[in-house]
Design a protein around this ligand. Structure first.
Ligand code: PRP
Ligand code: ZN
Length: 287
């Protein structure tokens, strides 16, 4: 019988973190052979390792029910898939850039310019919406060298660390799209027994994502500081309050914080009288 199938990137910026997410969701694969499809041992799902650019089509066609791909690739392909959830990794952006010495007065400067890209659909949509008639030069890769080769005046490309732009003496002038890894699902009919497994997996993935964004925080503080503590930790859900032995006016506050806790947050907690502050990772959050 056919099992649930998920497509992920074989090599590249999303590959490792996609697999890490699946492993954290309790899926185990035997990765020692170089294969296209891996069967999961402890969950009824098969994993397909493919080129990132092909993932949206596999999912649209129903070859795989699920896929993990960059939102940029999903939008560029325009495939008939639904985005189930954003995954919080693989963040990058699609930006317009000019050679560093070219002055850039504003977007109208793009008019009649040649722009090299491997994202022609997203770029054309952007230009259409702004009423700009630039020439789109489609390239499969190495877009960043197009200005030096004088086949384009500007580029529209993916920026992650910014290293590629810098080393090619290009300057970003405008961000068109912020992107990250997304979980996509097919719009094709899914047999009900596969849909059940899909929902189980989705719930696990959501649990892992919630946990990675949450922390368990414990501290002691004067009872009178409780309100300030809650203001400093806005993502904190109803905290547990425990009296401290010894009859002082200090209490222990335990809570799940849904937002990142920065050093700055901890310093502010100390400033309102908190002490013995512990911040612990959470492994799973099940609503
Ligand atoms: C992208 C992009 C740049 C580079 C930018 O290519 O085309 O070359 O990454 O990353 P940086 O800002 O960290 O230097 P990628 O390697 O993803 O290949 P692909 O677009 O062909 O899949
Ligand atoms: Zn690619």
């Amino acid at each position: 019988m056919r099992r649930l199938r998920i497509a992920i990137q074989k090599k590249g910026r999303l590959a490792e973190k996609s697999i890490a997410l699946l492993i954290k969701s309790g899926l185990d694969f035997d990765f020692h052979k170089d294969r296209l499809i891996y069967e999961c041992q402890d969950f009824p799902i098969d994993l397909m390792l493919v080129r990132d650019d092909d993932i949206p089509e596999y999912v649209a066609d129903g070859v795989c029910e699920l896929g993990i791909a960059g939102e940029n690739v999903v939008l560029e392909k325009g495939s008939a898939v639904d985005i189930s959830t954003r995954l919080g990794f693989g963040t990058c952006r699609l930006s317009l850039a000019f050679p560093a010495q070219t002055p850039f007065p504003g977007l109208e400067f793009l008019e009649s310019k040649r722009i090299a890209t491997s994202y022609p659909n997203i770029l054309k949509k952007f230009l259409r919406e702004r009423g700009l008639s630039s020439t789109v030069v489609e390239l499969q890769g190495s877009v960043e060298i197009a200005p030096a080769l004088q086949i384009a005046d500007a580029v529209f490309d993916l920026v992650s660390t910014g290293g590629t732009m810098r080393s090619n003496d290009l300057r970003e002038v405008h961000t068109v799209l912020e992107s990250q890894a997304v979980l996509i699902r097919t719009r094709k009919m899914i047999p009900s027994e596969i849909e059940i497994d899909l929902q189980r997996l989705l719930q696990r993935i959501v649990g892992v994502l919630r946990a990675s964004q949450s922390k368990y925080i414990m501290m002691n503080a004067p009872r009178s500081a409780l309100k300030s503590v809650q203001e400093i930790l806005p993502g904190m859900e109803e905290p547990s309050i425990l009296p401290l032995s010894g009859g002082s006016d200090r209490i222990a506050i335990h809570a799940v914080a849904r937002e990142t806790i920065f050093w700055d947050t901890i310093e502010r907690l100390k400033a309102v009288g908190a002490s013995s502050i512990l911040v612990l990772p959470i492994e799973k959050v099940i609503a």
